[in-house]
Design a binder for this molecule. Sequence first.
Ligand code: ADP
Ligand code: MG
Length: 814
Amino acid sequence: MRTTAVSGPHVEALLKILELERSKGYEDVAVVGGLDRYLRVYLKKAKDSGESSRASRICSPDFSYAALTREQRRQWAEKTRQHLTGSPSAKESPVKKQSAKPSPVRQLPPSPGISLDSPITAVKGIGPSSASRFAKLGVRTIRDMLYFFPHRHMDYGNQRCISELEVGGEQTLVATVWEARQVNLGGRPGTEAIVGDETGNVRAVWFNQPYLAKRFRTNARLVLFGKVGVYKGKKVFESPEWEFLESDDLSHADMLVPVYPLTEGLYPRTVRGLVKAIVSGWAPRLMDHLPEDVTSRCALMGLSQAIQQAHFPDSPESQDEARRRLAFDELFLIQVGVAARKLEWQETEASARFRIDDALLRRFDDSLPFRFTTAQERVLKEILSDVSQTRPMSRLLQGDVGSGKTVVAAAALMMAAANGCQGALMAPTEILAEQHFNTISGLLSRLGPPEEESGLLRSFPSLPPYPFVMALLTGSLKAGEKRKIQKAAIEGGVHLIIGTHALIQKGVEFQKLGLVVVDEQHRFGVLQRSALRQKGVNPHVLVMTATPIPRTLALTLYGDLDLSVIDEMPPGRVAIETKWLEPGQRQAAYNFVRRKIGEGRQAFVVCPLIEESESIEAKAAVVEYKRLSEEVFPDLRLGLLHGRMSSAEKEAAMRSFKDRQLDILVSTPVVEVGIDVPNAVVMLIEGADRFGLSQLHQFRGRVGRGEHKSYCLLLSESPSFEVRERLRIIERTRDGFLLAEEDLRLRGPGEFFGTQQSGLPDLRMARLSDVALLELARSEAIRLLDGDRGLKRPEHRLLAKEVARVWRAGGEAG
Ligand code: ADP
Ligand code: MG
């Protein structure tokens, strides 16, 4: 019964899917969303594109693949294949028992002289200019490229016609550009395109990418992938991923096509091609660092295959398997490092055990202008109990912005001095260090007036060890002053030194360092903490953070630290009013800012998060700063703050804002870490939808620090349903921990922690909400170290190397 074949791109694609189904044992897993949905689209396309009527005669309108038994599916698939190709299958294999077996990894001979650590220029086709572009994305070596994961996959299997687009989910659309133009999207230049197919037209918009308008010529064929929202009652693709369609795309055998982060000068196709070349050449050569018993006990995919499937998955299932394996790796390597550190720490002796001077504590307590909250009291008790042990304290103190961590730290630091020890308090910036110096010196003054010794040395005659001397040591001090403080530190003439990281990096020696407090931990690497610990013999260490981390995660990620939480706010805080505004209300927001400045107040403007790179983000902030100062607030004093400025420039900008020489500080998200400007009462956040709730909450914590009522205004250009939901939550909720939990629930922890979690190895694959995998990694790490403390056994050699590599990289980032 030989007949001729039916051909055409849609038929090709369907044949590939049928083949995939066959190889997976007819489990209806070849296409995301199931074959039935795919068939509906296929039928319409085949018909519309005129691929002979026989192409569409493969099933009746009420056919349901999902409803068939496996054997019936096999028969139908075979019949369909014959119908389309005109020939019976060469050899029909029986239904496989095992489903979703990803394709095997080819073994390749190694190239002489090139290793995983070779620069990518060692690969054919990558020259210095692409290499420098990749470097911007953090990809320098072949290994980096293997671990340069796509941020998503375009799902060709979930292709829709325009009439079938649904609001909400991610969908792929192939369409023709009718018109593309630069438009103003709520006050900012962006691109709008009208695209169409046989079933209709739809609008697509890209925020902040006006240059796309020129690239989208009329009649160009585009592949769009992303979420569909609604604007003014009409469907709209919101900042979808896009590519020009090339002739062979529709017959993509890979239903899941990776989409990589890009940077200027790198285009999707180039990147995909280069990654493909490197992955197929090098992934097979990776040696798996996980001990075999771990891999098999935890049912993990092998490393080579996982890398390959993470980039170019054969199916959503094998993609998941790959993700699980790679996520396990990340968590496991962290856990091994953390557990090793904890073991080490448990064996050391503290430089000093403090005797708790209750009378002094009571004096301090009585002197305060307020009463400790119950939470502060509890936490202080936990800390004091730690420091009175022989084992050095290693504690993480979490407390929402404004919960009153500083005063707790001050009490502990005072106790160190009363025990004849020195204390150090480190902040991430000079301004914060200065702020702490003034706050703590203010608190201590209430116990008895200070004597200004000189400049930044202050002494309290009535406080033990009579007198108590504190100093501020920052990079910008004059050399003479610096030397004087350093000398006092070595000789024991100063009891509390407050400074930046420079305290531990620039060779400051202490006579007897008993307690170290680190503020704003998330800018502070784990390795920096341990470097510090090596300074004193073994000081007690208290790390403070305002980033609320749900308890399970904190325990796991900061497994080397004990945890204290201030979960209560001091009474009588004026609530910050939070409001999200419709795109059309931007002018009203500006008017509000202007009014507050008229009243003598100040405002922050935070620019949207741009994930591609800090330099693009900085550029965008510069543009926004220019626009605001030239067009919107030409008569006001504006300042700019971004991550590409030197730390001196950053300090200068923050200082002029603090000193009221500026009315508005325009900033990238770097402003998150706590400067205290009590006179700032408006926090205006652009692109609020791009931030996590926790991060929005941190920004919000920058205002409301003085006596004036404060406001947090959220602007979002694409208030889709989900965005509205999220922004409503932050409008209503003031509790940082609740917001963190919501964040985890809504966005998953990859975004929650981001890569800014310095000092910890990058988490690219791990989702911290996956508590089960976290616990598994943790227990495997402990089990491993139980059996082989120093990872000395030969079968752990690769693993030991990997742990060292990952932690080294983490430390550099911190
Ligand atoms: P954070 O935890 O963000 O570091 P701070 O220590 O800066 O918070 O405290 C924020 C403000 O709250 C400070 O002005 C501090 O004096 C004040 N404060 C701290 N504890 C209390 C309390 N128990 N009652 C009232 N005000 C307090
Ligand atoms: Mg603070």
